[in-house]
Design a protein around this ligand. Structure first.
Ligand code: TRP
Length: 335
């Protein structure tokens, strides 16, 4: 049976938080255990350069994201786990694809469009502060995907358009040069989509409302205590549906525990007590991974060697494929 190839990238511009864990890391690590699936996960460090010029942020985030996925149980003998910049065939393919991409297609990319809109709202020139990196970043993302002929691309809703663009670009290449690429499809995990942050908006680094995955126990407790609640007193029934505490509980709890907490809400559990239980639950799930994470962060050469090993395996495929693609466009030895 042919395996499904699943691929996703993580941009290295921040510290992974519980929203990333529930929405992306946990489902990805679990799916990678399946024998029907071949998983490719990579640190999108070239993508990071589109968003920031802070080199220590990129460097630190690369280390943190890698340590995080490893500590949370990614089995690198099953999944391919690598750093984008260790695969030079990716930027090489990006160029071939750039020459196949209509500028009009990139004009429609929403990240670019919203930057233009922001400029017009503030009366700036339309191109103010917009780099070619931002403009053409869907092509880099297409190269990430097409390099490994991945079919299923788990992403957040904001990335669906980019996966569709990768399809368009692949089709155009196939049309001109012969069928080299499979057409990828975005996959959105509806169940785990949005975890709310401390303030009740979507948990996101841009809102500064996150709970990082690997805080010390003390810091984790502090963050949980900061979660916004209403002013209902102990003994007054509380609505689980509208509660951030309950939503976080549900993300970590078993179905029995969810039921139980739902009863406790109806019978008026005090917010302080609910938060204490929530802290204990999250902490119990993260205690062991936290130890592994701290060990890895203290020994970055271990992380480095895992990544280099992943890159070497990934390049078995990308080097060969790139040779074929180069020949397909007429770039090959004259002998
Ligand atoms: N652009 C994606 C994001 O910001 C990350 C990413 C880069 C990616 N390359 C990818 C996701 C390829 C899926 C496939 O979330």
């Amino acid at each position: 049976m042919k395996k499904n190839r699943v691929l996703t990238g993580i941009t290295t511009t921040g510290t992974p938080h519980l929203g990333n864990y529930i929405g992306a890391i946990k489902p990805a690590v679990e799916a990678s255990q399946s024998d029907q699936i071949e998983s490719f996960f990579f640190l999108a460090d070239y993508h990071a350069l589109i968003k920031t010029q802070d080199k220590s942020l990129v460097h630190q985030s690369t280390k943190e994201v890698a340590a995080c996925w490893l500590a949370l149980g990614l089995d690198t003998s099953k999944a391919m786990f690598y750093r984008q910049s260790d695969i030079p065939e990716i930027p090489e393919l990006t160029w071939l694809l750039t020459c196949m991409t209509a500028k009009g297609l990139m004009n429609r990319a929403h990240a670019y469009k919203s930057a233009v809109q922001d400029n017009s709202a503030t009366g700036e020139d339309a191109d103010h502060g917009i780099t070619m990196g931002l403009f053409s970043y869907p092509i880099l993302m297409a190269a990430d995907i097409l390099m490994f002929n991945a079919q299923i691309i788990p992403v957040g809703r904001d990335q669906v358009q980019h996966v569709e663009m990768a399809r368009d670009i692949a089709q155009r290449f196939n049309h001109h040069y012969g069928t080299f690429f499979e057409l990828p499809e975005a996959q959105i995990d509806e169940d785990h989509e949005t975890l709310l942050g401390l303030d009740g908006r979507k948990m996101s680094k841009s809102y500064k409302n996150t709970i990082p995955i690997f805080l010390s126990e003390k810091q984790l407790r502090k963050h949980v205590n900061k979660i916004k609640t209403n002013l209902l007193e102990p003994g007054v029934p509380k609505d689980p549906e509208s509660s951030i505490v309950f939503q976080l509980w549900s993300a970590f709890a078993t179905s029995e525990q969810i039921q139980e907490m739902s009863h406790q809400f109806s019978s008026g559990i005090a917010w302080g007590e609910a938060k204490q239980l929530l802290f204990e639950l999250i902490n119990s799930k993260l205690e062991r991974p936290r130890e592994i994470y701290n060990e890895l962060m203290a020994n970055p050469d271990q992380i480095e060697s895992v990544l280099l090993d992943g890159a070497e395996r990934a390049r078995h495929h990308s080097l060969e494929f790139m040779k074929e693609l180069r020949a397909a466009v007429g770039i090959q030895s004259l002998k």
